[in-house]
Design a binder for this molecule. Structure first.
Ligand code: FAD
Length: 478
C-alpha cells in the first residue's frame, strides 16, 4: 500500500527530527515524521537529555568566531571546518528559533556554557532513573510535536523506517515497517535521517568501539540502532569516524543498577587521578577528560577491568565537584569504594600485582613533581576538557579505588554530510533528496581526543539547516 506524497519525510522523533519536521512545516512543506517508539513518551536521547545547549562547552550565544575556534580546539582540529563554521554561525539563531517554538531556558549553573538549559531542570535531585519525566526536554518534545500537528504535519509512532527508495539516483521516499511487521512505501521529495546513531547496535559497537559491548553501560535511550547508517550506506553514502562515542565514566554498578543511570559521572575524579587496567598500569591520558576516558575504557579487552586510583583528599575534593557529584552519593547507595592503608594492600584487594600498581603511582607522582607528565607512557596532560581537572598527587592514606564502566550515550561518527545537512556519497557529492542531522551524522565530533561539541546544538542546528535546504531545493524544482 502506498500513500500520497510528502515534501519531506523525517526518520526519528528526537530533537533533530522534530526540529527538521517543524521547520519544514513552518516553511509550508507537507511533512511526515516516522518514529519507531510506540509509547506516548517514546524513548529518545532528546527526552532523557540533561538539556544544556552549548557549543564545545562555550556559551551558545558567544560570537561565531569564538564558537568555531572552540570546536576546532575541542576536537584537536579534527572537525570538518565547514560543519564547524555552520554550527558556530547558526547556534545563536537556532536557540532563538527554538525558544519561539516553546523551549524554556534557564541558567543551569555558574559556568558560562550552562546559560541555556531546558527548564524545569532535569539534574537537580536524586532518583536519577526518573530524572526526565515532565522536565524541560520531555516537555519540549511534546510541544514540538503539538506544533508540528498544528501546522498540518503528520506524526507516525510505532513506525520504523527500513529502506530508502531511490529513483534515477534521487531519494524519492522510503519504506516503513509497522509493529506487526507489515510495510508500506512512502513517497517524498526528500528524506531527513535523524535516527540518533548506532549505539544500540551491538554488532556495530563491537566492530568499531569495544570488543565487549555488553560491558558498556547504555547511558541514554539506546534507541539509535544504526538504521539511518545502514539505509544511507545501502544507497552509496559515505560514512566516517565510527570509532568514537560521546559518553562518560561511570561506576561499574551503573551497568546493572539503574540508580546510577545516567548519573553521577566520575569524569572529574578520574581526570584528577589515574585510571589503571587489571595489571595495575595506566593505559590512557586521563587529562583528556571523561569522554576520551570512556572511549579508552570501552576499547579495553575487558572494559570492566579499569579502576580509578586516588587518595582520600582527592576524593573529597574532585569527588564533590559539579552537578550531582559521586561523593558521597554512590558509596551511600552501596557502590564498592575500596580503601587501604597502602598501595600494596589496595592492589591485593583488587587482585592486581602490587609492585606494578605501586610503580605506576610512584612514576605518576614523580612526573607531577617535575612537571613532566608528557614523558610518562602514556603521557599525562593537564585539563584537556571543561570536565577535567589538573592532575593531583596520590600520596595520602587511605588509598582508594573504584571499579569503572564506560557509559555510551551516542556515537560520534556516522553519515557524512555537508554544511546543509545533505548526505554525501563516496565521492563527496550530495545525494539528491537525502539529508541527515543529529547523532546519526559524522564530521563534527571524534578524532584522537574524542572531541565533543554538544549533541543538542548539533541536532538543533543541522535539523534546522537540513529542513531549510530541503524546502529550498523543493521550491527550486517547482
Ligand atoms: C542522559 C543524557 C544527558 C545528555 N545531556 C546533554 C546536554 O546537557 N547537552 C547536550 O548538548 N547533549 C546532551 N545529551 C546528548 C543529546 O541529548 C543528544 O545528542 C541529542 O538529543 C540527539 O538528538 P537526535 O535527534 O539526534 O537523536 P535522538 O534523540 O536519539 O532521537 C532519535 C530518534 O529516532 C528514533 N529512531 C531510531 N531508528 C528509527 C527508525 N528506523 N525509524 C524511525 N525512528 C527511528 C529513535 O526511537 C529516537 O526517538 C545528553 C544525552 C543523554 C542521554
Amino acid at each position: 500500500m502506498s500513500e500520497p506524497g510528502y515534501d519531506l519525510a523525517v526518520v526519528g522523533g528526537g530533537l533533530a527530527g522534530l526540529v527538521g519536521a517543524l521547520r519544514a512545516a513552518e516553511l509550508g512543506a507537507r511533512v511526515a515524521l516516522f518514529e519507531t517508539g510506540a509509547e506516548h513518551k517514546y524513548a529518545a536521547n532528546s527526552r532523557f537529555t540533561g538539556g544544556v545547549f552549548h557549543v564545545a562547552f562555550q556559551d551558545i550565544l558567544a560570537p561565531p568566531e569564538v564558537l568555531e575556534e572552540a570546536i576546532l580546539a575541542a576536537t584537536g582540529g579534527f572537525a570538518d571546518p565547514a560543519l564547524a563554521r555552520a554550527l558556530a554561525q547558526d547556534a545563536g539563531r537556532a536557540v532563538a528559533w527554538l525558544a519561539e517554538q516553546g523551549a524554556d531556558y534557564g541558567v543551569g549553573g555558574p559556568l558560562p556554557f550552562m546559560g541555556h538549559m531546558l527548564k524545569p531542570f532535569s539534574l537537580r535531585e536524586p532518583g536519577f532513573a526518573r530524572h526526565w519525566p515532565e522536565r524541560g526536554a520531555d516537555r519540549l518534545l511534546a510541544e514540538l510535536e503539538r506544533r508540528l500537528l498544528a501546522r498540518g504535519g503528520r506524526f507516525f509512532r510505532a513506525t520504523r523506517a527500513r529502506r530508502l527508495n531511490m529513483v534515477s539516483g534521487r531519494c524519492r521516499g522510503l519504506e516503513v515497517e509497522h509493529a506487526d511487521g507489515s510495510r508500506r512505501a512512502v513517497e517524498a521529495s526528500a528524506v531527513l535521517l535523524a535516527d540518533g546513531g548506532f549505539q544500540g547496535d551491538r554488532e556495530r559497537v563491537r566492530q568499531h568501539l569495544s570488543p565487549r559491548p555488553e560491558s558498556l553501560c547504555t547511558r541514554g535511550a539506546g534507541t539509535g540502532v544504526g538504521d539511518g547508517l545502514a539505509m544511507a550506506e545501502a544507497v552509496g553514502a559515505k560514512t566516517l569516524h565510527l570509532d568514537r562515542f560521546y559518553g562518560h565514566v561511570q561506576c561499574a554498578e551503573a551497568l546493572t543498577d539503574e540508580r546510577f543511570w545516567p548519573y553521577p559521572i566520575l569524569d572529574i575524579v578520574a581526570s584528577a587521578a589515574i585510571v589503571v587496567d587489571a595489571r595495575g598500569q595506566r593505559f590512557t591520558d586521563e587529562g583528556l577528560g571523561g569522554v576520551a576516558l570512556a572511549n579508552a575504557i570501552a576499547a579495553l579487552e575487558d572494559p570492566l577491568s579499569a579502576f580509578v586510583i586516588m587518595d582520600e583528599p582527592l576524593w573529597n575534593r574532585a569527588g564533590k565537584e559539579f552537578l550531582l557529584p559521586p561523593n558521597p552519593y554512590i558509596e551511600r547507595l552501596g557502590v564498592a569504594v575500596h580503601r587501604a592503608p597502602s598501595l600494596a594492600l589496595l592492589a591485593e584487594g583488587l587482585g592486581m600485582p602490587a609492585a606494578t600498581l605501586s610503580k605506576t603511582v610512584d612514576d605518576y607522582n614523580a612526573a607531577l613533581v617535575t612537571s613532566r607528565g608528557a614523558c610518562l607512557r602514556p603521557p599525562r596532560s593537564g585539563q584537556g576538557s571543561t570536565l577535567a581537572r589538573a592532575p593531583a598527587m596520590i600520596t595520602t592514606q587511605p588509598f582508594m579505588a573504584i571499579r569503572l564502566c564506560a557509559g555510551i550515550t551516542y556515537t560520534m561518527g556516522g553519515i557524512a554530510i555537508d554544511a546543509h545537512g545533505r548526505v554525501l556519497d563516496r565521492h563527496e557529492a550530495a545525494i539528491p533528496g537525502l539529508f541527515a542531522a543529529g547523532s546519526t551524522t559524522a564530521g563534527l565530533e571524534g578524532g584522537p581526543n574524542s572531541g565533543y561539541v554538544g549533541g543538542l546544538a548539533k541536532a538543533l542546528v543541522f535539523g534546522l539547516r537540513a529542513a531549510e535546504r530541503a524546502v529550498e531545493e523543493s521550491a527550486r524544482r517547482g
